[in-house]
Design a protein around this ligand. Structure first.
Ligand SMILES: *Cc1c(COP(=O)(O)O)cnc(C)c1O
Length: 364
């Protein structure tokens, strides 16, 4: 059977290995497995969320509120934007999909960073768009601008902080760059880890309100999967000029967010203290990674997120090391598919991190 030819050279997205599969493949007791592979919040979500979700279980027979009014009100209050500036996706992944399908086609070019979130390329390939990459590992906006002039992409993706490297773009540099881009180019600014970046360095803070007030061609993305501890609920959002949002809505399937997810995200947003505590803890624990890496002479990329990227030297293979860690129940992300001899490790709880240091020290 022949399939859509655009799909031929897509490599399926490789998610962090689920705990369930490690149990099955290696016969390891689930309580001995530590997953530091998908940048989830090791502290989970606010206890208020669990209570609220429990209380609405009786509503499961009814379709969700497709206007998503409570969550939109909560997001618009938080970010000082209007409801018509918002679209909610089943993860911000889904908003990326909408954006690419709305703006690009088989004759379009999409400009992305050399090493960045894999879904930009996968969705671009769905529609047969050509992906152009910069050469530098970290976002180099001069290089982006030169490629923009030369290639005339219809879309540009900036990921700040970037996954899987953890670096972030300075807000002033971002704004200067955006001022040079014509209004028919859609620029997506993916801020999945922005809560962490703000907790580390105010110069990295990107406010959706300022962005969309100045730029009618920019789409800001946020998610509940990382700092808010709701990866399992699949809720993300896009914030942009209503003209962009209106087009994205044409691609949205009805009821794309479940009742439980809507409730969880709404309540999670109301407990700022919980998230602040998690972010503070993240950077305390990250210091331990930096000290560990320094003591073992491993390069660690300065990170504005809840993960660290450890660049191994030539005598150590990231594929081998991540497999060996896996056999001991420690799940991390091998970055060999990004052409990096590196592993990406989510900053976990104190105990999880200690376990990681202990296991890696045995292997190197
Ligand atoms: C995790 C992540 C997302 C999307 O997460 P969802 O769970 O789909 O909301 C988007 N962009 C980046 C860079 C991410 O790391």
């Amino acid at each position: 059977m022949k399939f859509n030819k655009h799909l031929e050279d897509i490599t399926t997205y490789e998610a962090g290995k689920p705990i369930e599969l490690v149990v099955r493949e290696f016969g390891i007791d689930p309580k001995d497995i530590v997953k530091l592979a998908s940048n989830e919040n090791p502290h989970g979500c606010s206890p208020k969320v669990k209570e609220a979700v429990g209380a609405i279980l009786s509503k499961m027979a009814l379709y969700p509120d497709d206007s998503m009014i409570k969550l939109k009100d909560a997001l618009s209050a938080r970010y000082e934007v209007a409801n018509e500036n918002l679209i909610i996706g089943s993860g911000s992944d889904q908003v990326i999909e909408f954006a690419i399908h709305a703006k690009a086609s088989a004759t379009s070019k999409i400009l992305i960073n050399s090493v960045t979130f894999a879904m930009y390329e996968i969705y671009a390939k769905h529609i047969g768009a050509e992906v152009i990459r910069t050469a530098s590992r970290h976002h180099n906006l001069n290089e982006f601008y030169a490629l923009y002039l030369e290639q005339k992409p219809s879309m540009i993706f900036l990921c700040t902080p970037n996954n899987p490297t953890g670096d972030a773009i300075d807000r002033n540099a971002l704004y200067d760059f955006l001022r040079k881009i014509d209004k028919d180019t859609l620029v997506v600014v993916d801020c999945a880890y922005m809560e962490y970046a703000i907790g580390k360095d105010a110069a990295k803070k990107v406010e959706p309100k300022d962005l969309i007030t100045e730029f009618e061609n920019v789409l800001y993305l946020g998610t509940f999967s990382k700092a808010y501890g709701l990866g399992g609920m699949r809720v993300g959002y896009g914030i942009a000029n209503p003209k962009i949002i209106k087009e994205l809505y044409k691609l949205r399937p009805p009821f794309n967010i479940t009742t439980l997810s809507l409730e969880a995200a709404t309540v999670a947003l109301s407990d700022e203290a919980f998230v602040r505590h998690c972010i503070a803890d993240n950077f305390v624990e990250m210091k331990r990674y930096e000290e560990f890496a320094n003591s073992k002479k491993i390069d660690i990329i300065k990170s504005y997120t809840n993960f660290v990227t450890l660049c191994l030297n030539d005598t150590q293979s990231s594929t081998k090391i991540s497999n060996e860690l896996l056999q001991k129940g420690m799940i991390v992300r091998n970055l060999s598919s990004y052409n990096m001899n590196a592993i990406r490790v989510t900053v976990g709880t104190t105990e999880q991190n200690s376990r990681f240091f202990e296991l890696l020290a045995e292997l190197i």
